[in-house]
Design a protein around this ligand. Structure first.
Ligand SMILES: Nc1nc2c(c(=O)[nH]1)N[C@H]1C(S)=C(S)[C@@H](COP(=O)(O)OP(=O)(O)OC[C@H]3O[C@@H](n4cnc5c(=O)[nH]c(N)nc54)[C@H](O)[C@@H]3O)O[C@H]1N2
Ligand SMILES: Nc1nc2c(c(=O)[nH]1)N[C@H]1C(S)=C(S)[C@@H](COP(=O)(O)OP(=O)(O)OC[C@H]3O[C@@H](n4cnc5c(=O)[nH]c(N)nc54)[C@H](O)[C@@H]3O)O[C@H]1N2
Ligand SMILES: [Mo]
Length: 766
């Protein structure tokens, strides 16, 4: 049996009334710092977080202002820092004590809590243990194996944390090897944005700047949880609320950070107990019901405009903008007029009065920002969601002017940047001709595997090997029950990681686990300490300098590990000196500049610009890089984004993040804002659904997959928590519930797993 540190956890579920931020966040910080046993030196690192000469926070991708606060960090950024600076270590001795079959019974929390990995390791099938090996042995072993495969059957996954320098090297290495199978965590996340915004406005990313929040007069806020996932956003949101900006929220759950905020860095607010209310309207839309809600607003606006035109009143829509800049308005307007309110109300779960109230705010506002996150992207109809939000914004010219635009909130700290520098399976998104010329090789030109295609290839047995640059791929993807056994059939698995996670415990026939430096740590190379760079949600690029003492002397940096693998795998190339790059990352940045001269001009000179330098987004100045040369107004395929029919007993499950996790990294068992303490095995349910099923708060139920494909998918014994959530919708935590999601249940076009509307049934636990 496992001797993982067994916590004695007391489970408490009670309503939490305190604001986001405040004393709760200070307490939570003190707890994690104590638990990770981090000393004063490490705590000092926090003051360097997100500063022009400091390191870019390893948590989320929120912007770093040019004039940062004294402490430009948040509760969850600080947790991420403490997590990386932990004083616990996972040494080869740890693996002598624990077999892989034992470790796989540990919980996600216990695995990562064991500490930082210190030595390169190889899996030994005979003893079922990881054993230490030298870096040279690891590189030679990996290179020898990779040389035997069909490169088009090898997966090179990246989780969105690695720097621009590392990511550029990774994409290049994969292509020189012959593989365009470069799935990224973005494939499970904002790929819906990359595809949806690209097809609608010609730019695949957000169009606003951070300071647009100082200029807007309304914010329409969909499916993103700032109190947990981007807490530094709470500061501009609070400032907006104080300025009288109307913040109209659409979310099935009442998320605390969108309701009220108390600034933990403001002594006055902390002492007086005052907090700022955030949302001016809060609409608890049904999961997957946003298309209908937005259609309702568009219908109201278009019909109000029709009336105004008839009676010679003031136009509600910006016709000048629509005529000059958009394509498809008339057809869309016809659909909006014809859509019945009864259908809109049914699909959104909102009343006509509420939707009209939201539309009225939109109609009177001069500059509107549309914010969204996983609540829109992770649905079968995710593209419809994004398109509808764009449509709403285009009706009054709210893209490409000060204080207005699209504000997707990205996930991992460099997830957007990885795509910028070539981690993509789509050949048209990488400058292949330039790479061919720059390095004298013929890059693969065929479409590679994205995350879903990679999963399918593993399930079918066509994939031969997997290399992971960070992340916890097998835990983040859907359908664990089917995937995990297949995973062990891979011939080679290689993980570059900082901490142990479940993906590492599903070794292929040959498996290496390669520990790397984190971004907070000093990265000493031949020419001295190195800096790296990342890109945030606002397309701004920053330098980041790690200064903490590395977790172990045996660690290598990510660029050094990639160079080791590349040299052992690829034929020498006179145009590329991997060692010189590792010795001086400025040389990698020079190479990036050659590949992307427009985006990265004078990269090395500009990387420490306060507030970052902007890579440029054409749609931000109304240059529409679409086929028609205009912004496209798209008609949605359906009013409902779930992609499945309603049926008796079928619920829409949204998989959620708690306040105590970063993706698959579980920091603890509390979800403070939602009032859950000591457990993750819960399901949030509406009172009426509970009554209908004869369930009481605290009862145990099993969640059973209801995708109609006859596979048995189930999560046992979840405690029912009565919660304010629309009828027919339930919520439970990711990644534990990923087992309920079929691989095939993903967004059309973008292939993002549809983690926010999974069809499930509920059975009482026997
Ligand atoms: N501390 C911390 N920070 C993080 C992360 C983390 O796990 N922890 N993860 C990082 C990553 S990779 C990402 S992508 C982001 C994720 O950040 P978010 O985009 O905030 O993602 P989620 O927490 O998954 O869910 C977002 C919200 O969508 C709502 N929602 C669910 N379904 C619907 C729907 O159909 N419609 C609407 N309107 N809303 C819906 C949920 O109630 C929830 O409030 O955060 C990043 N930052
Ligand atoms: N059901 C459901 N599934 C989801 C989601 C959901 O909302 N619901 N969200 C999806 C989203 S948005 C995302 S982005 C994915 C996340 O998927 P991933 O990005 O694959 O997962 P993470 O949990 O972020 O990865 C954590 C691991 O990264 C490693 N790591 C941390 N820091 C570093 C570093 O600096 N370098 C290296 N090399 N490794 C490091 C550690 O070993 C740690 O265990 O999950 C997706 N899956
Ligand atoms: Mo993400």
């Amino acid at each position: 049996m496992s001797d993982a540190p067994r916590e004695t956890r007391t489970i408490e579920i009670e309503k939490y009334d305190a604001p986001a931020g405040g004393w709760g966040s200070m307490k939570s910080l003190v707890e994690i710092s104590a638990r990770e046993k981090i000393g004063p030196e490490a705590l000092k690192e926090l003051t360097r977080q997100n500063k022009p000469d400091g390191f870019a926070c390893v948590s989320c991708a929120w912007g770093k202002p040019a004039h940062p606060h004294v402490a430009e960090f948040c509760e969850n950024g600080a947790k991420a820092t403490a997590w990386e600076l932990t004083s616990y270590r996972v040494t080869p001795a740890f693996f002598q004590q624990h077999t892989v079959s034992e470790l796989i019974t540990w919980k996600d929390f216990d695995l990562e809590q064991a500490g930082r990995l210190t030595h390169p390791l190889k899996y030994d099938g005979a003893t079922d243990k990881y054993v230490a090996c030298s870096w040279d042995e690891a590189f030679a072993g990996i290179g020898a194996k990779l040389k035997t495969y069909d490169p088009t059957k090898v997966i090179f996954y990246a989780s969105g944390r690695a720097s621009l320098e590392t990511s550029y090297m990774y994409g290049l290495m994969a292509r020189m090897y012959g593989s365009q199978n470069l799935p990224d965590s973005s494939n499970m996340c904002h790929e819906t944005t990359s595809v949806g915004l690209k097809s609608a406005i010609g730019s695949p990313v957000g169009t606003i700047h951070l300071d647009d929040y100082e200029k807007c007069d309304a914010i329409f806020y969909f499916g993103q949880n700032p109190g947990v996932n981007s807490p530094r956003f709470l500061h501009p949101l609070r400032d907006c609320a104080k300025r009288g900006v109307e913040i109209v929220v659409f979310n099935p759950l009442k998320e605390r950070g969108l309701e009220k905020f108390q600034d933990p860095q403001n002594p006055l607010e902390m002492v007086s107990g005052k907090s700022t209310p955030i949302a001016s309207q809060y609409h608890q839309v049904k999961t997957g019901g946003d298309v209908a809600a937005i259609m309702g607003m568009c219908k109201y606006l278009i019909e109000a405009d029709d009336t105004a035109q008839r009676i010679d009143g003031l136009p509600v829509l910006d016709h000048e903008f629509l005529n000059a800049h958009t394509n498809g308005f008339d057809a869309f307007a016809e659909v909006a007029r014809k859509t019945e309110w009864s259908a809109i109300e049914h699909e959104s779960g909102l009343s006509r009065t509420d939707i009209e109230a939201a539309a009225k705010v939109y109609a009177k506002s001069k500059a509107v920002i549309a914010v969204y996150g996983m609540g829109l992207t992770q649905h079968v109809g995710g593209i419809d969601n994004v398109h509808m939000l764009v449509n709403l914004m285009l009706l009054r010219g709210n893209i490409g002017k000060p204080g207005a635009g699209m504000g997707p909130v990205r996930g991992h700290s460099n997830v957007q940047g990885q795509r910028t520098v070539g981690i993509t399976e789509k050949p048209e998104l990488a400058p292949l001709d330039i790479l061919a010329e720059q390095y004298g090789f013929e890059p693969p030109r065929d479409l590679g595997w994205d995350t879903v295609a990679a999963c399918e290839a593993v399930l079918e047995g066509t994939a031969q090997a997997f290399v992971g640059l960070g992340g916890n791929f097998v835990r983040a993807i859907p359908d664990h029950g089917a995937m995990e056994p297949k995973w062990r059939g891979l011939d080679l698995t290689v993980h570059i990681a900082t901490k142990l996670n479940r993906s590492h415990l599903l070794p292929g026939k040959t498996c290496y686990l390669l520990p790397c430096l984190g971004r907070i740590e000093t990265d000493m190379q031949a020419t001295g300490p190195q800096s790296v760079s990342i890109e945030d949600s606002f397309s701004r690029i920053y330098g980041s300098k790690g200064k903490a003492t590395p977790a172990a002397e045996t660690l290598l940096s990510e660029p050094a590990i990639l160079a080791g693998i590349a040299k052992a795998t690829l034929a020498p190339n006179p145009k590329l000196d991997w060692d010189a790059w590792v010795g001086d990352y400025a040389k990698v940045r020079d190479a990036i500049e050659v590949t992307y001269p427009d985006l990265f001009a004078r990269f090395n000179d500009r990387m420490f610009t306060a507030g970052g330098f902007w890579k440029g987004v054409p749609a931000a100045h109304r240059e529409w890089k679409t086929e028609s040369g205009k912004a496209e107004i798209n008609i949605p395929q359906a009013l409902n984004a779930t992609g499945f029919d309603e049926a008796e007993g079928r619920f829409r499950l949204m998989t959620l993040r708690s306040n105590d996790q970063f993706n698959t990294t579980v920091y603890g068992y509390h979800d403070r804002f939602r009032g859950v303490k000591g457990t993750r095995d819960i399901v949030f349910m509406n009172r009426k659904d509970m009554a209908r099923m004869g369930l009481a708060d605290g009862d145990d139920v099993d969640l059973v997959g209801d995708a109609g494909d006859n596979a048995d998918r189930r999560v046992n014994k979840q405690r029912v928590v009565e919660y304010s959530i629309p009828e027919g919708c339930i919520g439970a935590y990711y990644p534990e519930c990923n087992i309920l999601m079929p691989v095939a249940h993903h967004a059309r076009e973008s292939h993002v797993p549809a983690a926010k509307s999974v069809p499930v049934r509920i059975e009482r636990t026997r």
